[in-house]
Design a protein around this ligand. Structure first.
Ligand code: ATP
Length: 616
């Protein structure tokens, strides 16, 4: 495909403010893409140059992009900088200057998607002396042959700011839509769907549309199931393009490729947990960071909760994993800094210092980590994800043995709420966060929040028992003393899994220190616009909208009904956070991993039960 054509599609996607239209444009694009290009196109739609778990930073800053624009258009750096200050988006700047080039391009050639992608990959992998010049040359080569529109996107990709707002769920939907004819040939699905529809007494005139809708859901579920065990949408799209639905059979759990994590539900008391699960495993909840560890021979990969490759950050853990007897294994655990002398767990603020690019060895000595293993997904050639938890745990114990750095999470099995409470208290007294109860018979459910795991945390007096992870969707300019920071308050939303959108839940002005304010302003300004992004739903109009990208942890006193906010909107009212305060930026979460509408609804319901049960 020519890059010109891709840029036309991107332009249409950027202009739409409807998620449905976005899916339809995207499905047309993916339908047109050849088997050779589709992987690259999917990555570019994600604003990346590789799968979710591959590092693809370009190492190209705004200054170098401006140099490349200057080099190919004949305008000066000063002129370009001025335009950038006004427009705030180098993509638009590159477009404007490309359209009024002062010098005619030598050796200008039609750009293919492949050429643009390959140059950008070369830019991202080039390191060492002279790399700056090479990067600049490769970028200029692209600008030299690009039209205005093409330049807009070429400038944005290496800056990791494509501004299209396409989420992975939209890509999954678009892929599913394109397989509809094949889906309609699947005899088993057709039989099942017709039966469901007869039971629901679907009217004849709605039959065709409803039938297609249900087949699309089935297709999407099948694709997503594979995505959950193989975080690489590009390769999945490629397999689908080459072999249709049959291609999915070739996607298997594999050492080195992250699995999307299973997530915990919440309940408010030991009684509720026992009522829900009966006899269950109860484990201490460690407040560190979740790591997914993969080993194959001497090769080790460590992934974060977001499937980012963190292997180089933890040489101490890599060594401990290499020493495990198993040849091939995938397991998960929580890493936490631990003081061997005092046998104390260190607070999260200290553990988090181990997430760093420089000074790794020094920090490893200062804050040694302990990894508390809690689940097993693969051992040698066997997939453990479908086996019951109790079996996985037993095997995990054999795999981990009695290591110094890696050990199993503390755990009991019980069907008594008193015992659960006792274990909870003893965990909390050791400085841990609470407990996670686990269904003994549940499979490992990748990428989903189900009652297979239930968390119960320390409660904070007068506050919601759990914090909410909101996504920044807009901001307001500062007033009074805050004017100097430009940013006064944040508009935040939560994630709606149903609509793949972000719905407003709180306007936050507190919890933000002066340092927070100026740092946040810098990063938000880069992704702000006057137009509401396609996947954002809000009746409040902030001074600037921002593309949903950053997740922040919010504490609040309670969840209340609200005529203003659109989260969980029903019968003219939504839900809002009362007295919201920002706690931190959660850089370990993607916007789609923020608290969901479903969770907020449950927290709201849970809060009502607590209130009803607590005498004033
Ligand atoms: P969530 O992961 O549910 O979206 P979150 O990131 O805010 O929410 P928590 O609410 O703290 O995390 O609860 C789940 C997390 O607890 C897990 O993702 C994992 O990192 C951590 N954890 C700590 N101890 C355990 C354990 N024993 N078993 C499973 N997870 C544990």
């Amino acid at each position: 495909m020519n890059f010109r054509e891709l840029a036309e599609f991107f332009d249409k996607i950027e202009k739409t403010s409807s998620r449905l239209e976005m899916t339809s444009i995207l499905s047309e694009l993916l339908e047109k893409a050849s088997a050779k290009d589709i992987k690259k196109i999917v990555f570019l739609c994600q604003g990346r140059l590789g799968s979710n778990y591959e590092k693809t930073e370009s190492g190209l800053g705004e200054k170098m992009v401006m140099d490349a624009i200057a080099k190919t258009t004949g305008f000066t750096r000063k002129e370009i900088e001025k335009e950038f200050r006004e427009k705030g988006d180098l993509g638009l700047v590159a477009e404007a200057f490309a359209e009024q080039k002062k010098q005619s391009a030598l050796f200008s050639k039609e750009l293919s998607v492949e050429k643009v992608f390959d140059n950008l990959i070369k830019i991202s992998t080039r390191e060492g002396s002279g790399s700056k010049e090479v990067k600049l040359k490769l970028m200029a080569e692209l600008f030299n042959s690009a039209s205005g529109k093409e330049s807009r996107f070429i400038a944005r990709i290496p800056l990791e700011n494509l501004r299209l707002g396409i989420g992975d769920p939209t890509i999954l939907d678009a892929l599913a839509w394109n397989l509809i004819e094949e889906g309609k040939q699947n005899k088993e699905w057709v039989k099942q769907t017709e039966k469901e529809m007869q039971e629901k007494k679907i009217k004849e005139k709605e039959w065709k549309e409803e039938f297609e809708r249900r087949i699309k859901i089935k297709l999407r579920e099948n694709i997503e199931e594979k995505y959950n065990i193989h975080s690489d949408l590009g390769s999945i799209a490629e397999k689908l393009k080459e072999k249709g639905l049959n291609g999915l059979k070739e996607i298997k759990i594999q050492a080195g490729i992250p699995i999307r994590p299973t997530l915990a539900e919440r309940l408010n008391s030991a009684e509720e947990i026992i009522k829900k699960l009966g006899k269950c495993a109860v484990e201490s909840k460690y407040d560190g960071f979740r790591l997914q560890c993969h080993k194959e021979g001497k090769n080790v990969w460590i992934y974060s909760r977001q499937s980012e490759n963190m292997t180089p950050m933890f040489p101490d853990l890599v060594k401990a994993i290499q020493e495990l007897k198993a040849k091939k294994v995938i397991f998960e655990g929580e890493a936490i800094a631990f003081n061997e002398l005092t046998e104390e767990f260190l607070p999260f603020q200290l553990t988090i210092q181990r997430k760093r690019k420089y000074g790794i060895e020094d920090k490893a000595k200062e804050f040694p980590l302990k990894l508390f293993a809690f689940d097993l997904m693969m051992l040698e050639e066997e997939n453990y994800m479908k086996k019951p938890f109790i079996e996985r745990r037993k095997k995990l114990k054999e795999v981990i043995g009695k290591g110094k750095t890696i050990e199993l999470t503390k755990s009991i099995e019980t069907n008594s709420s008193e015992k659960l409470d006792e274990f909870f208290d003893s965990s909390v007294s050791k400085g841990l966060e609470g407990i996670i109860a686990k269904d003994l018979n549940a499979k490992y459910i990748a990428g989903a929040r189900k009652f297979a795991w239930i968390k119960l945390k320390r409660s904070y007096k007068g506050e919601l028992t759990d914090s909410v992870d909101g996504v920044i969707i807009g901001y307001y300019k500062g007033k009074g003393k805050r004017t100097e920071f430009g940013l006064g308050a944040l508009l935040t939303g939560i994630y709606s899994e149903k609509d793949d959108s972000f719905k407003s839940i709180a306007k936050i002005g507190t919890g933000l220190t002066e340092k927070n304010l100026s740092e946040l302003e810098k990063i938000l300004k880069k992704i702000s616009s006057k137009k509401k992004p396609a996947r954002v739903e809000s009746n409040l109009e902030p001074d600037f909208w921002v593309e949903p990208k950053y997740v922040i942890e919010i504490r609040a006193d309670e969840i209340t009904k609200s005529p203003i906010h659109l989260a969980c909107f029903k019968e003219g009212k939504g839900l809002a956070l009362r007295f919201p305060r920002m706690i931190s930026v959660r850089s370990d979460k993607k916007p789609e991993q923020a608290t969901t509408e479903k969770e907020i609804e449950k927290m709201f319901e849970g809060q009502k039960t607590i209130k009803e049960e607590t005498p004033d």
